[in-house]
Design a protein around this ligand. Structure first.
Ligand code: SDX
Length: 391
């Protein structure tokens, strides 16, 4: 790297890889993308510009930005036969199950012409994935409610187009609120990358075998689905609904502290942050803005804010260094936007696709070896096969 950061030898031995894309200081609650603080990017940039930064290492000039946006627009459509994959799913299939399937299936459409050692091929794959994820995500939603798929409208911005494909219908022109499009863009931006989290590490491990990028991203989607990772945003809403009223918060906080109770406060805690997740602060501010703009007075937001206040003053959470993470407020915003909870993790996957691709490309474009984690064996020593009578 550029040597701005030094690590103690103990940490170096635990590191899975070297990367120049994202830096996290969990103790200070710092998140940098190619050196730029997430707070500044969230305030002054947008999702596609942040995609350019993550992929290329620098912010684009005006011309580079326009070229990047236009190239993404050229890839928003999916092969018409991809839509037949959806018809194989039950209507009540979880959208993440559909996304695992259809994104992996893109390998069947684009893998043959793709040589991952060719930088130009890798770039095209990156554009295809970044451009098609919103289209496929919206298709998984439309399929679940029995509505026709919407074509992308490339006259719109990336996030406006996603909401158009989610909520539009072929019979009427879309009228997407600029406030909601901006909030959607900020949610994608805040989820764009986060160093070596479980799903990104999954993409790197899959990619280290030389698997094609569409298969690797499908593996990342599968890893993201778990409630301890990207599935937490959906789990936060389920938890707030189960709490139901601020009067019951203490009961659930007590359960979260009870070692014998598997219940954990969804949206709290982090493998790395032992301070506030800087994304959560931005997400909380966005939640206030969106609900105010929509005139939504969501009682779940009141429960979330009271829960945060109680948890931040609770000695257990203080001692364990448990703070709200990126998932704590995102679900409140998405719910206010009319997005069903089953789509929350899909939206996380759409935003994170650029991070997965940036890490995959960083590894493949350098020298890499197949990942092969080792283990501490705790099983039997060698023994002989017994015949049935002696078992
Ligand atoms: C994401 O890695 C990334 O970067 C992920 C992510 C990204 O952008 O890719 O940031 C996205 O996945 C955010 C996390 C979303 N998950 C949740 O909100 C689910 C709820 N959180 C927990 O399940 C938990 O905090 C984890 C899984 C996130 C982290 O689990 P760890 O590694 O066990 O947490 P820890 O080591 O810091 O825990 C310290 C202690 C433990 O107790 P002891 O073993 O010390 O007795 O705190 C406890 C934990 O049991 N604890 C919690 C808790 N989280 C940790 N207790 C109650 N409620 C919680 N939420």
């Amino acid at each position: 790297g550029k040597g701005y950061f030094t690590y103690d030898p103990g940490f170096v031995s635990t590191a899975a890889c070297e990367s120049a894309i994202t830096y996290i200081d969990g103790g200070k609650g710092v998140l940098l993308h190619r050196g730029y603080p997430i707070e500044q990017l969230a305030e002054q940039s947008d999702y596609l510009e942040t995609c350019y930064l993550l992929l290329n290492g620098e912010l684009p000039t005006q011309q580079e930005r326009e070229d990047f946006v236009n190239t993404v627009k050229n890839h928003t459509m999916v092969h018409d036969q991809v839509s037949t994959f959806f018809k194989g799913f039950r209507r009540d299939a979880h959208p993440m199950a559909i996304m695992c399937g259809v994104v992996g299936a893109l390998s069947a459409f684009y893998h043959d012409s793709l040589e991952i050692s060719n930088e130009h091929h890798r770039r095209i794959a990156a554009f295809r994935l970044i451009a098609k994820m919103p289209t496929l995500a919206a298709m998984s939603y439309k399929y679940s409610i029995g509505m026709p798929f919407m074509y992308p409208d490339n006259s719109m911005s990336y996030s406006e187009n996603f909401l158009h494909m989610m909520f539009g219908n072929p019979c009427e022109p879309s009228n997407i609120s600029p406030v909601l499009a901006k909030a959607m863009d900020k949610i994608f931006l805040l989820h764009a990358d986060h160093e070596q989290n479980a799903s990104t590490s999954t993409v790197r491990l899959a990619g280290s075998s030389g698997a094609n990028p569409f298969a690797c991203i499908a593996a990342g989607i599968a890893a993201l689905w778990g409630p301890s990772h990207g599935g937490a945003n959906e789990a936060v809403l389920d938890m707030l609904n189960e709490i139901g009223d601020v009067s019951r918060i203490d009961e659930f906080v007590a359960r979260a502290k009870d070692k014998d109770d598997p219940f954990r406060l969804m949206g709290f805690g982090h493998r790395v942050y032992k301070n506030f997740d800087p994304r959560a602060k931005v997400m909380k501010q966005t939640a206030d803005e969106v609900l105010k703009e929509l005139g939504v007075n969501d009682p779940l937001l009141a429960i979330a804010k009271r829960l945060e206040e109680i948890a931040l003053e609770d000695e257990y959470f203080i001692e364990k260094k448990l703070y709200p993470n990126v998932d704590f407020y995102s679900g409140i915003i998405l719910k206010a936007m009319g997005i069903p909870t089953s789509m929350f993790t899909v939206i996380f996957a759409v935003g994170r696709t650029v991070g997965w691709i940036a890490h995959w490309n960083e590894m493949i474009s350098g020298s890499y070896r197949i990942g092969r984690p080792r283990q501490l064996y705790t099983g039997y020593a060698q023994r002989d096969y017994p015949d049935m009578a002696s078992r």
